[in-house]
Ligand binder design. Sequence first.
Ligand code: ADP
Length: 399
Amino acid sequence: MNVLVLNCGSSSAKFAVIDASTGAEAITGIAQRLGTAHATLDWKHDGKKHSRDLHHADHAVALREMVELLRDARLVEGLAGVGHRVVHGGAKFSGSMPITEEVEAKIRECIPLGPLHNPPNLEGITISRELFPHLPQVAVFDTAFHQTMPSRAYLYAVPYEWFEKHEVRRYGFHGTSHRYVSGVAVERLHLDPANHALVTCHLGNGCSLAAVENGRSMDTTMGLTPLDGVVMGTRSGSIDPSIVSHMKKALHRSAEDVMDALNRKSGLLGISGLSNDMRTLQEAADAGHERAALAIDKFCHSVAKAAAGMVVSLGRLDALVFTGGIGENAVQVRGRIVELLGFLGLRLDPAANAVHGRGQDGRITLPGGPQAIVTPTNEELMIAIDTAAIIAGGARSAA
Ligand code: ADP
């Protein structure tokens, strides 16, 4: 069953037509820098890459162009539905949902929680409904997978009224990725679907970890927003909240300015003063750049410390799962994290780690004790699978 997967961000729109049963991608593409003079559309079809200027196109224009590409590739007729990535579902959604007026209204109610993401997600839904009025539309939420967390994991120790009246709690993100890679890990390591304990590490530009017990999220590092948790490309991760008022006074700036620095000028970029990109930092560190090395050291420490914390939420550990651009590719970073977690019984296999576990089901640890594995994530496929399942039988994705 072919599904169109749409991921609309504030200035971009990613799309893919995916066969939900085989995972085959008939076409993939991204429109970027929307709303600017430099808007472009890049796509891949039949193994070839293409690119086109979109001059000042907005989301509506870009998605109309996308439909033309799908028509040229004769993919429109075979589409069974459209699956939308929606970032914030608050506490309102614990699984993927067919988009009805009521569901759309609830997504809108979550805008205060996801002010940067939910409006473009909703715009994508509106445009897609106009473009494909006869196709079912499905919403797949980044937050839904984490709705199974117990209250001790999702509550912040702040006045309880903040939770009751203002929805202040940990929601967690990257849920589609954590769900996908935990499923792959269970399969690859021949674990019991009803009895396993995994720590999944999604390490990309944004980074988060999840504690997954028997297919259910028990804890995660991101919180009310994706700023919480481990050190990321440009985000600080968890810090002492007093830093905000301290720096507000020290710099004579607004709280918003300080928050902006925590979101966009911190993390690997903040410490290194050089880049948010792990590849660049590794090259610089190898060439003797001290703060690049310091940023990488802090990153590994932060992820390993959080992983150990996730084990507390599980009570045991079968496997650590690495995914995302850093998790899938950064050999030294992965190796260091596994070594830091050696006290849990993980023993790095350096040769397997050097080739990302290829040839042995992704495993990068020696037998005996908990395992660590590397597996690419595929959020688009997960969205396609959920969408197809809902279309086929109203079966909602398990949270
Ligand atoms: P996003 O979260 O934006 O989807 P990705 O999952 O693509 O990002 O991850 C981007 C990160 O992965 C960057 O820090 C990049 O440097 C890192 N990365 C990608 N390839 C490699 C590599 N070969 N070695 C080290 N880091 C890598």
